[in-house]
Design a protein around this ligand. Structure first.
Ligand SMILES: NC(=O)c1ccc[n+]([C@@H]2O[C@H](COP(=O)([O-])OP(=O)(O)OC[C@H]3O[C@@H](n4cnc5c(N)ncnc54)[C@H](OP(=O)(O)O)[C@@H]3O)[C@@H](O)[C@H]2O)c1
Length: 320
């Protein structure tokens, strides 16, 4: 099969190459998916670039252990493992290989083997590109708003990085839950963020952050955590959620450590219940997938590079 292979850390367009490799082995609990689309997420660009450098100590000094990046997947079931009884060849599915390990991957390829528990029926009415773009960002936003922030009617929610992958989902899900949403982004994205359901928008290129919020989801971490926490109402919840926009030895890890004392992290958990809950939002039309651009598989390097620029509008998708 054709797949994108990473043989070292570095600039995406230099280190990601299209190659022929063997199809992945199918374990008893897996489904083999003929990938139609995948999307780019933070673990992908961070593992390609090998930043923060300190993570290389754990994941491999010269290259990551697994050469194929990509976790989000949408496609057609090709084969099922011996212990999978509720999916069959021909089913259209979406899901993810994400297991919490930053270097996990396998979706930037024609076929991906994924645990059946991490796959669900593709939401009706969505393209494969939209479905693939929804998984990690949509689940992270859903779990941040619903479970960590416990957002409900009238909750005042601030979303920093409202126009990016996680942000575009978070604005819509918070609005669907009845929140009063304020989104932070740059001038060119103000109308988009309003159209997704934000009652207020803050253009960070022209003004500072202000106001009082019950829940703050910070997808950028470009302000000191203490300054963000000062915007919280009593009993408000700060959700720091960013590796940061800089490279180097530690990237935003020290800031994340400080933020951990003031807030609660969200962890993307891929399972059937969460995928079905996300699918319900997508099928009802309450949430749409904002696709910045779809790249063909051979241009995966350009796709990862685009996301590494940190100004993607919604999702960067790869069509296989
Ligand atoms: N907890 C988890 O399991 C989990 C899962 C996925 C992602 N994440 C985290 O979520 C974070 C966001 O991911 P993402 O996919 O949404 O990234 P993304 O798509 O690259 O986010 C881009 C967003 O950042 C904004 N931005 C860039 N520079 C900014 C600045 N100086 N000030 C304010 N906003 C700025 C952009 O706005 P403009 O373009 O308008 O400037 C855009 O809204 C990542 O850092 C990642 O670590 C966590």
């Amino acid at each position: 099969m054709r797949a994108i292979i990473q043989d070292r850390y570095g600039a995406p367009e230099q280190v990601l190459k299209l190659q022929e490799i063997k199809r992945p082995p199918l374990r008893e609990e897996d489904v083999l998916i003929r990938v139609r689309a995948t999307s780019v997420n933070t673990p992908d660009w961070a593992t390609v670039a090998g930043i923060p450098y300190v993570l290389r100590l754990r994941s491999g000094l010269r290259r990551p252990p697994n050469p194929v990046r990509g976790t989000d997947v949408a496609g057609i079931v090709e084969a099922v493992g011996a212990r999978v009884s509720d999916l069959r060849p021909g089913d259209e599915v979406f899901g993810s290989l994400w297991d919490g390990t930053p270097t996990v991957g396998g979706a930037f390829a024609e076929f991906a083997a994924v645990a059946a528990t991490q796959v669900s029926k593709k939401p009706a009415g969505l393209t494969f590109e939209e479905a693939a773009g929804s998984v990690m960002s949509g689940l992270t936003a859903l779990l941040a708003m619903r479970d960590v922030g416990k957002v409900g009617l009238g909750t005042r929610v601030l979303i920093n990085g409202a126009s990016g992958g996680v942000g575009t989902f978070a604005v819509q899900i918070a609005a669907a839950l009845g929140a009063e949403v304020t989104g932070v982004c740059s001038t060119r994205n103000l109308d988009l963020v309003r159209s997704l359901g934000a009652a207020e928008v803050i253009d960070y290129t022209r003004e500072g952050l202000g106001g009082r919020y019950d829940v703050i989801l910070d997808n950028v971490l470009n302000h000191p955590p203490k300054a963000m926490a000062r915007l919280l109402a009593a009993d408000g919840v700060f959700i720091p959620n960013s590796l940061g926009n800089t490279g180097g030895l530690f990237a935003a890890l020290p800031r994340m450590a400080r933020a951990a004392r003031l807030g609660r992290f969200v962890r993307c958990v891929v399972d059937r219940d969460n995928l079905r809950a996300l699918a319900a939002y997508l099928e009802s039309g309450a949430v749409r997938v904002v696709v910045d651009r779809a790249y063909p598989l051979r241009e995966a390097g350009a796709a990862v590079s685009h996301m590494l620029g940190h100004h993607a509008v919604g999702k960067v998708v790869i069509t296989v």
